[in-house]
Design a binder for this molecule. Structure first.
Ligand code: SF4
Length: 365
């Protein structure tokens, strides 16, 4: 999002705290080199958190910032990933970047010691990795750290889940199978695979050509049958090239994976233009983007858990098919996605207010 868009949305005296350059300027630190996020320890921050709040934080599932960045370039994805500038055509290659593992080890040791003092003997962790098996050597080092901490603290358990492409998982399975085993020993209990379609054409159209149906099935099967942990299937539907037929294939795929391998469905509806992704930056979508800046309440319609609207899926007939498939997917046993009712110009004010009330308190988990 540009500075101008940010200012118009949140007022000009609001600052983007996610931007280190903005924070540096605000704190008058322009002349000092700040450490990179990968070299920053969170311990000084944790030390400032009172016991009561820290306990509440670690009693629930929390995200462990282990790595960021993904070498792939799926168009709908707003994460830090390889992308092609829509104006210049220049490709910026991104690779997965791990945080300094010594810093992570110190952080985890600090957290375990403090947790034990607070009477807590387990951690429930969501790994930050966008594609957990993309850098197996680093992952192996991380697994060793967790396994050593567990050995030094008998009875303390780690429960971890993460996201993965089927491609990276299968490559690791073929070349570095022990990494998967070490991670399972360390406490990995679930892997969420980004399937997001079932047809080659759709995958190609969203630049997700690394997916192959056989690899997706194999990865899900191995997760359940060989590693005895839970596969989750991310299924983002409603892409521009989807047809009623491809949507039916997607629903059947999840039904099969749930039935054969006890996979948990994680369905979503794509929003092809969202802040941070390629579509948002493309000047040809300026009028579309402007509609959201003028009506910030419509941003809710961009939530991937939200039903499709005329804002995000202008073809009325396809919108019905997409909504139907999404609702079907959320009805499959084990589903974790809560449907969000969008704020949109499609319905009157009263209905939008009802949608707001229906959405209260909805989270993935
Ligand atoms: S593989 Fe996942 S994280 Fe990487 S670009 Fe695609 S959707 Fe984003």
């Amino acid at each position: 999002m540009t500075e101008n868009q940010f200012g118009r949305l949140f007022a000009t005296n609001t600052y983007n705290g996610n931007d280190d350059a903005v924070l540096k300027k605000l704190l008058g630190l322009e002349l000092r080199a700040l450490p990179t996020p990968e070299e920053t320890s969170l311990i000084p921050f944790y030390e400032k958190v009172p016991d009561e709040d820290f306990k509440q934080y670690i009693e629930h599932e929390f995200c462990l910032y282990l790595s960021q960045g993904c070498k792939y370039g799926c168009e709908f994805c707003a994460a830090n990933r390889t992308f092609c500038d829509p104006v210049t055509g220049e490709v910026t290659k991104v690779n997965e970047r791990y945080r300094n593992l010594n810093i992570i080890e110190d952080e985890l040791k600090y957290m375990v010691t403090r947790a034990q003092k607070l009477g807590i003997s387990s951690f429930d962790i969501y790994l930050s990795n966008l594609d957990t098996f993309q850098t197996p050597q680093k992952l192996k080092e991380f697994a060793a750290i967790v396994n050593n901490i567990k050995k030094a603290n008998p009875g303390f358990t780690f429960k971890m889940r993460g996201l993965s492409t089927a491609a990276a998982f299968m490559e690791t399975y073929r070349d570095n199978k022990d990494v998967i085993t070490f991670m399972v020993d360390a406490g990995l209990w679930s892997i969420g695979f980004g399937v997001d379609g079932t047809s080659k054409e759709v995958w190609k159209s969203i630049k997700k050509g690394h997916n192959q149906i056989n690899e997706c099935i194999e990865a899900i099967k191995l997760t359940r049958e060989e590693f005895n942990i839970t596969p989750e299937v991310f299924m983002v539907v409603g892409h521009a090239n989807d047809t009623p037929e491809t949507l039916r294939d997607d629903v059947e795929f999840i039904l099969d994976m749930a039935e054969y391998y006890g996979a948990a469905p994680r369905p979503y509806v794509t929003k092809s233009i969202v802040p941070g992704n390629t579509g948002w930056r493309d000047p040809k979508n300026a009028a579309y983007v402007e509609k959201f800046i003028e009506h910030p309440e419509y941003f809710q319609a961009l939530d991937f858990c939200a039903l499709p609207t005329s804002l995000t899926h202008p073809n009325a007939e396809m919108r019905v098919h997409i909504e139907k498939s999404f609702v079907m997917l959320t009805n499959i046993a084990g589903n974790t996605t809560n449907i969000v009712y969008p704020f949109s110009p499609d319905v009157d004010e009263r209905t939008n207010r009802t949608h707001g009330r229906l959405n209260r308190g909805k989270f993935d988990r």
